[in-house]
Design a protein around this ligand. Structure first.
Ligand code: TXA
Ligand code: MG
Length: 368
């Protein structure tokens, strides 16, 4: 299949491009489009056959439900069988934006979208190109992140092409995503709303809005617990090279660990903030086989750059990646959730002066 790549413009008239993309949606085809979080792989959310094409393009397990994207708050009503006060309040406060609400589903929503669950996930994205596409299509757009299942989510149209060329009708290029991590998913059907996936709308913001909010216990950093959002159980967001995440005080060992992995003959990727990258650079000098990537200074910068930095390590042939963790306040919760999954829960911590991995994880040979 030919995949068109159409660049949207901040100043020009995008009408004709949006109209062609919307026509694809109405014909049951799959269209990749930008949102403020990550790029989505969209199709007509009320058409089972179209939704099937999303699963096929992504290679997505069929027990993993999709998010329906709408372009105004009122469009939530017909998709849901009864909204409670919490759902209404969250929609009022945070939409349009990086928040997905899980609500009881109405008969309008195909089972293929909700993967057989009695609930459906709905989001009203803030990105104006996404809004224009949904409006022009005239129906809710079902869209997962536009990556091959298991790969880091795409945050530019070029990332999407890397995974989807030849598999979908078109990619709308709208530049880099502002937030860079997938939306916060909140189950509004439980007595106290529960965060199933942390994202740009933080725990603190939700607590402030609702008074009380729960966090799915599976998000506390251990691998063993089974998450409530079906999609959160897969190894996800993963670059090709194994990634080790340095948590807490272990971040201070980063230069030394990079040196050990280089010594073992590996191409080493390092992901850390500006200061630690500078420190690692001056400790090791520039060496062939060492790829240093700084995410800047603040968590917003890390969130926005995280997935493209992970993809970049693949492009540059890293054989092992060492990433420095951050604290879990604010956006830190979402960042650490994605990093732990990208690492397959291979988190290194300092205990009594020794670097340890969680039980059952294999110590790599360079970790002496
Ligand atoms: O930011 C985002 O949310 C992006 C953009 C494109 O909007 N979309 C996205 O979709 O990340 P996806 O399919 O990659 O992730 C959707 C998550 C999965 O973890 C899925 O299991 C969960 O939401 N989910 C969807 N419907 C659900 C439901 N009814 N109950 C519980 N979890 C649900
Ligand atoms: Mg995804």
């Amino acid at each position: 299949m030919q995949t068109y790549y159409w660049r949207l413009s901040e100043t020009g008239d995008n009408g004709p491009i949006i109209a062609r993309a919307a026509a694809f949606i109405r014909q049951g085809q799959v269209v990749a489009f930008p949102t403020e979080t990550v790029y989505g792989l969209g199709a007509d959310g009320l058409d089972e056959a179209a939704v099937e094409r999303i699963y096929a393009a992504k290679g997505r397990p069929s027990d993993n439900p999709l998010i329906l994207h709408i372009a105004c708050r009122q469009d939530l009503e017909p998709l849901s069988r009864g909204l409670n006060a919490n759902a209404r309040e969250l929609a009022r406060r945070f939409w349009p934006g990086p928040l997905t609400l899980v609500v009881p589903k109405s008969a309008l929503v195909p089972d293929r979208v909700s993967a057989g669950l009695p609930t459906v996930a709905v989001r009203y994205p803030a990105n104006s190109y996404a809004q224009a596409l949904i409006q022009a299509s005239g129906r809710p757009i079902a869209a997962p992140s536009a990556n091959i299942s298991g790969r880091p989510s795409p945050t530019t149209g070029r990332d999407v092409l890397e995974d989807m060329a030849g598999k979908i009708a078109c990619v709308l290029e709208g530049g880099p995503c502002g937030i860079g991590l997938e939306s916060t998913v909140v189950d509004t059907t439980s007595p106290v709303p529960c965060i199933l996936r942390p994202g740009g709308i933080t725990y603190e913001m939700l607590e402030e809005a609702l008074g009380a909010v729960e966090l799915d216990p599976a998000l506390r950093g251990q691998e063993a617990l089974r998450p409530k959002a079906p999609g959160m159980k897969y190894r996800h967001y993963a670059p090709q090279a194994p990634l080790y995440l340095l948590e807490g005080e272990a971040v201070n060992c980063l230069p030394q660990l990079a040196a050990q992995a280089l010594q073992a003959g590996l191409q080493v990727g390092v992901l850390a903030d500006e200061g630690l990258i500078a420190q690692t650079g001056s400790a090791l000098g520039s060496r062939p086989g060492l790829v240093l990537c700084s995410w800047g200074r603040d968590k917003a910068g890390l969130a926005a750059g995280l997935f493209s930095l992970l993809r970049n390590f693949d492009r540059r042939g890293a054989e092992v990646i060492l990433a420095a963790g951050v604290d879990e306040a604010g956006l830190g919760l979402a960042i650490m959730n994605r990093l732990r999954k990208a690492a397959g829960y291979n988190s290194l911590r300092l205990e009594a002066g020794r670097l340890v991995l969680p039980e059952g994880k294999i110590r790599p040979r360079w970790l002496v």
